[in-house]
Design a binder for this molecule. Structure first.
Ligand code: ZN
Ligand code: ZN
Length: 413
């Protein structure tokens, strides 16, 4: 399947003009045999190119390598997305006009970071589809020793060869299912937030994320029923979801209260030191916990209470000395203080409507089990007794309005 991205760009009914650096996304078996054609289609065929691999992928994909003016094979051992490593690689570049990154998530950052710094295009050849970051511009990189998610360069072209992707371990397939089923929560959060604040909302971007969700849900149902993995559908779902982040300039459509579980696991505040899991697995745990909580709340009736900023004591208790300052800074202009909490109460019936589109927890659980997905806190090293609290704590990690965050200005009866 080839996705022509031009249909998403331009003036939109939401009032914005949407842009995409990504011109074309190819998700096909044996796609790399036609790589030069795709490069020509986006006007990059004749540009001097450097292709970056890591040593593992380079060995595993022999016979699939693409034409290069310069090849860089980074040692896989100890490879991580970190400024010093990326800048060290940049000193070896022989003045490329386009960078091609061939590999998994980390290698993509060795394309998107230098491409951004050098002002040249970048082409992605993902070798797995366990998350939706490939078509996004977001670089998850260690800068000056601190992990940051910042917008850099999105790929001009993505060529996903399913003959390579189908070889990914099952654990990564399951993780990919989780990263897209998360949209049940992230889309609900976005819609609810836009009803009670002046936060922008775009039906087109929402629709694209929903499309990714529908495609993945169908593929997951098929996997649950027959064990068969539809790599084409699953990879396409990841690509579409990633595009929403480019179109909207942030991850609003793709990441709500559930994704913060992944951040929590990465940050390891007190009591979560043992937490461990790949991105989609942590997101799956967040999705399941949020689905349970949202359905519980929908049965209740809220009363508004005045906004109070997070206290330093609470932040210190939940996040510890090491993380407290960052959390307080993130919440300095708490979105909860920007609107009248009564408007949540006034919209509660509509909220119930939205929550009713999230599958019941029993349905989700059966699907997760059948697809081998992680979904319970203990699956990622979190004590089950912390499961409810984990959502509330993680909501403080990002100043983005979600239903979990809204609970701070509500009392339930
Ligand atoms: Zn729009
Ligand atoms: Zn994700």
């Amino acid at each position: 399947m080839i996705m022509d991205c031009s249909k998403y760009i331009g003036k939109c009914s939401c009032g914005r003009t949407h842009e995409l650096e990504t011109k074309m996304v190819v998700v096909e078996y044996d796609a790399l045999s036609r790589f030069e054609e795709y490069m020509a289609a986006v006007g990059l065929a004749d540009k001097r190119r450097t292709v970056v691999y890591d040593s593992n992928i380079y060995g595993l994909t022999e016979g699939k390598h693409v034409k290069a003016d310069q090849e860089i094979v980074l040692p896989a051992q100890g490879l991580r997305s970190e400024d010093i490593l990326i800048e060290d690689m940049m000193t070896k570049l022989e003045d490329p006009e386009v960078l091609v990154a061939f590999g998994a998530g980390t290698i993509m950052d060795f394309g998107r970071y230098p491409a951004y710094k050098l002002g040249i295009p970048f082409v992605a050849i993902p070798t797995l589809a366990s998350s939706d970051g490939f078509t996004a511009s977001i670089c998850s990189v260690i800068l000056n020793g601190q992990k940051k998610s910042i917008s850099m360069k999105a790929p001009a072209l993505v060529v996903a060869d399913l003959d390579i992707i189908k070889g990914a371990p099952k654990r990564l397939v399951s993780s990919g299912v989780n990263d897209i089923l998360a949209k049940y929560i992230s889309l609900a959060d976005w819609k609810m937030a836009s009803m009670v604040t002046d936060e922008d909302f775009c039906p087109m971007v929402y629709g694209l994320a929903e499309e990714a969700l529908v495609i993945m849900r169908e593929a997951a149902d098929k996997m649950a029923a027959t064990g068969e993995i539809d790599h084409e559908a699953m990879t396409m779902a990841q690509m579409k979801s990633g595009l929403t982040m480019q179109l909207w300039d942030n991850s609003r459509a793709a990441s709500g209260s559930e994704h913060l579980m992944a951040h929590l696991v990465e940050m390891k505040p007190p009591r979560f030191e043992q937490a461990e899991g790949i991105h989609g697995e942590c997101v799956g745990v967040g999705t399941f916990a949020a689905a349970k909580e949202y359905h519980r709340l929908a049965k209740l009736t809220p009363k508004a209470k005045p906004f109070e900023p997070l206290t330093k004591e609470w932040v210190l208790e939940k996040f510890g000395e090491r993380l407290a300052d960052g959390i307080l800074k993130e919440n300095a202009n708490d979105v909860l203080g920007t609107f009248d909490p009564q408007s949540i109460v006034d919209h509660w019936d509509e909220f119930r409507e939205i929550i009713s589109t999230i599958p019941p927890v029993e349905e989700l659980e059966a699907l997760y089990k059948a697809c081998g997905c992680k979904y319970l806190p203990e699956h990622i090293g979190i004590d089950p007794s912390l499961s409810e609290e984990a959502l509330d704590i993680s909501a403080a990690i990002r100043n983005r309005l979600t239903l979990v965050r809204m609970k701070r200005v509500l009392d339930f009866e």
